[in-house]
Design a protein around this ligand. Structure first.
Ligand code: M6R
Length: 614
C-alpha cells in the first residue's frame, strides 16, 4: 500500500528520498511524489506511475542546486483510495498557505465533515483526497498556534488511520511525523535521521530505529527525536536494533523477490524452529506465548483470524489444534469476524495471524476480541508490528523480511509455528511425551523437506510452460490439502492473473464441475496422506470431463501418476507436515506460470503488500 520516506541531515535529500522510496516499490502503488525544503520554500514534484517516472521528472524539472541542495524532505508512493491515481491526487499535499506539505498513509474517516467545515471557511482543494483535507486542517489550526500544537490538535480532531510525515517551509531542518494504526519508523543515523513507513526503506542507512506507538507525534531533526502524545506531553520511546541487514531487502541475484523468498524457505524454516524444539520433553518452547500449562488447559476454544495467505495458514492450524490438542478450533476471515459480533469468553484464545502485523482487518479483529474479553496471541513476522504489540504475546516467525507481494515463506513459517503451538497445547492435554517427541522429530525435518521440493524447480518450470496459456484453473484438495488448494489458487491468480478457484475436492460435484472442460485444468492435491483414496475418485471425475489434471503426488505413487496428465512428485512426509512441501511446489508453479506469461511478479497489478485499509 502507500509508502512514506523522509530524510533530514547533511546529505542531499532528493537522491536519498528516491532510493529509499524505491525500496518500498514492492508494497504496490500507482503514483509517487516528493517535497524538499530549500531556502524557506517547499518544492514539490509528483506524478502518476512509477518512481522511475518521478526520478525522470526530477532530473528534467529541477536544477542541480535543488537536486543536490535540499537536505530535508519527504516522499510518498500512493495506492489510490480517495480519487484515481492522478498527479493532483498524488502526495505530498499542501495546506492552503502552501507552507506545509504532508504525506499520509491510511484513511481519514471524517474527512468529508472536515472538508465541509473548511469549505465554509473559504478553502478550495486541488485534489479529491482525504490527505489534502488533513493538510488544510493542520494549516488552519497552525494559524493560531505553533505547528506541533496544531498537529496534536488536528490529530485529536481526525478519525481513522494514519501514518504521516510533514514538512513546513519555516522549519528547514525538521520533519513532523505521527501514527495511528499505520506504521511509522524513525531511523536514527549519525547526525541524520530517516523516516519510513517500513524499515525496508532505511535499513541500508541505519539499524537503530524508534517505532512510534499509536497516537505518538514526533519532531525529527538531524540530531534528536522528540516524541509526544497527541496531548503534546513528552514520552520516551526506546531505540531498537533492526534485526535484518540490507541483503535481506535485496534480490541477491534472483530475478524476483518472490523467487528468492521461495528459495529461502529451508533457511527461514530453520530460523522459525530454531531453539523452539524440545525433543526430550516431547514439546515445543514458545517463550513469547508466555502461557503456563494451567492457562492453556483452560482454553475451551481457539479462534484463528487472518486474511489471505495468513487465513489459509490458520485453516491448517485449526486442524492441528483439533488433531493434536483436542481443543475445538475455528478459523475466520478477520473482516468477517470483526463485523459479525462474535461470541467470545475469557476461555477463548483468539490467535491473530499476520505476516506484516499491519493488516487493518486483522488489527480490528484483535481489538474486537480484546473488547470481548478473549485471551489473545499473535503470530507475526514483522517485529514490533501493530498486531504483535496489540496482542501483547505470541510467536514471531523470524522468517526475515518478505518483500514479494505474494506471500511465500511467511506461509510455511506460519504453518510451522501453528504446528509447534499445537504440540505445546497438546502436551497440556492428551498428547504423550512419546507422541510429542515423534512430532518434534518430524518438525526438525522441515528445512530439509523444503530443500528437496526446491530441487524440483526446473521440472516445475517446464510444467508451467504447458499450463501458462489457460484462462481458468481449479485447485482441489481434502483435509490438510484443502487450505493448500486455496493457497495454491490464490498464488496463481494474484501473480499470473489466471482465474483460479480453490475447492474442497468433494465440493466439486456440487456445482463447479459444470465448468470443467478440456480448457480448464485441475491441480489435484493427491499426496499419500489421509484423503488420497477419495482424491482418486475426484481425479476420475475431472478426467471424465476431459479436464487436464496436474497432480501433486507422493514419490512412488504410480497409481495417481497413471491417472493424471502431469505430476509433481513430492518427498514422502508426515501428514501434518505435508501442507508445507505441497505449498512450496505450488508457489514455484505459480511463479513460473507468471514468468512465462511475462507478468510483473513482485508488483502484481492492484495489489499491495500489506492491506492497511479496510
Ligand atoms: O500481512 P498479512 O499476513 O496480514 O497479509 C494478509 C494478506 O493481505 C496477504 O496474505 C495477501 O493475501 C497476500 N498477497 C497473499 O499472497
Amino acid at each position: 500500500m502507500c509508502g512514506i520516506v523522509g530524510y533530514v541531515g547533511p546529505r542531499p535529500a532528493v537522491p536519498l528520498l528516491l532510493s529509499n522510496l524505491r525500496r518500498l516499490e514492492y508494497r504496490g502503488y500507482d503514483s509517487a511524489g516528493l517535497a524538499v525544503l530549500e531556502d524557506g520554500t517547499i518544492h514539490i514534484l509528483k506524478t502518476p506511475g512509477k518512481i522511475q517516472r518521478l526520478a525522470e521528472l526530477v532530473e528534467r524539472e529541477w536544477p542541480s542546486r535543488l537536486r543536490q541542495g535540499g537536505s530535508c524532505g519527504i516522499a510518498h508512493t500512493r495506492w489510490a483510495t480517495h480519487g484515481p491515481p492522478t498527479r493532483e491526487n498524488a502526495h505530498p499535499h499542501l495546506d492552503a498557505s502552501g507552507r506545509i506539505a504532508l504525506v499520509h498513509n491510511g484513511i481519514i474517516d471524517n474527512y468529508a465533515d472536515l472538508r465541509r467545515r473548511l469549505v465554509a471557511r473559504g478553502h478550495t482543494f486541488a485534489s479529491e483526497t482525504d490527505t489534502e483535507v488533513l493538510a488544510h486542517w493542520i494549516g488552519e489550526l497552525a494559524r493560531e498556534s505553533d505547528l506541533l500544537a496544531a498537529l496534536c490538535q488536528a490529530l485529536r480532531d481526525v478519525e481513522g488511520t494514519l501514518g504521516i510525515a510533514l514538512v513546513c517551509a519555516s522549519d528547514p531542518d525538521r520533519i513532523y511525523v505521527a501514527r495511528r494504526g499505520s506504521p511509522v519508523v524513525i531511523g536514527v543515523g549519525d547526525q541524520e535521521t530517516f523516516v519510513a513507513s517500513d524499515p525496508a526503506a532505511i535499513v541500508a542507512h541505519t539499524k537503530r530505529v524508534i517505532y512510534l506507538d499509536d497516537d505518538d507525534v514526533a519532531v525529527i531533526t538531524p540530531t534528536y527525536v522528540d516524541v509526544r502524545t497527541i496531548h503534546n506531553v513528552p514520552v520516551s520511546r526506546a531505540v531498537a536494533e533492526l534485526e535484518w541487514d540490507i541483503h535481506a531487502a535485496e534480490k541477491g541475484g534472483y530475478p524476483h523477490f518472490m523467487l528468492k523468498e521461495i528459495h529461502e524457505q529451508p533457511e527461514s524454516l530453520r530460523n522459525t524452529i530454531r531453539g523452539r524444539l524440545d525433543p526430550a520433553g516431547g514439546t515445543c518452547k514458545l517463550g513469547g506465548l508466555a502461557m503456563e500449562p494451567r492457562e492453556i488447559a483452560q482454553f475451551r476454544r481457539i479462534v484463528l483470524v487472518g486474511c489471505g495467505t495468513s487465513l489459509h495458514a490458520g485453516m491448517v492450524g485449526r486442524m492441528y489444534f483439533e488433531d493434536l490438542a483436542d481443543i475445538p478450533a475455528y478459523v475466520e476471515q478477520a473482516a468477517e469476524f470483526r463485523y459479525r459480533n462474535p461470541i467470545l469468553t475469557p476461555h477463548d484464545l483468539v490467535v491473530a495471524i499476520s505476516q506484516s502485523g499491519e493488516t487493518a482487518d486483522t488489527i480490528a479483529a484483535v481489538r474486537e476480541a480484546r473488547l470481548k474479553g478473549a485471551a489473545l496471541a499473535g503470530i507475526c513476522n514483522v517485529v514490533g508490528s501493530t498486531v504483535a504489540r496489540e496482542t501483547g504475546r505470541g510467536v514471531y516467525l523470524h522468517a526475515g523480511p518478505e518483500i514479494g507481494v505474494a506471500s511465500t515463506k511467511a506461509f510455511s513459517s506460519q504453518v510451522a509455528v501453528l504446528l509447534m503451538m499445537a504440540v505445546k497445547f497438546g502436551r497440556c492435554h492428551r498428547l504423550s511425551s512419546e507422541e510429542g517427541a515423534a512430532l518434534v522429530r518430524e518438525i526438525e525435518r522441515l528445512p530439509e523437506l523444503a530443500a528437496r521440493v526446491l530441487e524440483l524447480n526446473e521440472t516445475i518450470a517446464r510444467l508451467a510452460e504447458r499450463y501458462a496459456d489457460y484462462l481458468d484453473a481449479f485447485y482441489i484438495g481434502r483435509g490438510y490439502m484443502y487450505p493448500v488448494a486455496l493457497e495454491g489458487a490464490l498464488k496463481l491468480k494474484e501473480i499470473s492473473y489466471i482465474h483460479a478457484e480453490g475447492y474442497h475436492a468433494a465440493e466439486l460435484k456440487h456445482g463447479p464441475i459444470a465448468l470443467l472442460d478440456p480448457q480448464t485444468p485441475v491441480v489435484a492435491l493427491a499426496l499419500d496422506i489421509p484423503g488420497r483414496d477419495k482424491m482418486l475418485g475426484n481425479i476420475q471425475e475431472c478426467r471424465a470431463r476431459h479436464a487436464p489434471v496436474l497432480a501433486l503426488i507422493t514419490e512412488g505413487d504410480e497409481v495417481v501418476a497413471g491417472m493424471a496428465q502431469d505430476v509433481i512428485r513430492l518427498p514422502r512426509c508426515h501428514e501434518l507436515l505435508a501442507p508445507i512441501p505441497a505449498t512450496i511446489a505450488l508457489q514455484l508453479f505459480a511463479y513460473h506460470v507468471a514468468r512465462v506469461r511475462g507478468c510483473e511478479i513482485d508488483q502484481p497489478r492492484n495489489l499491495a503488500k500489506s492491506v492497511t485499509v479496510e
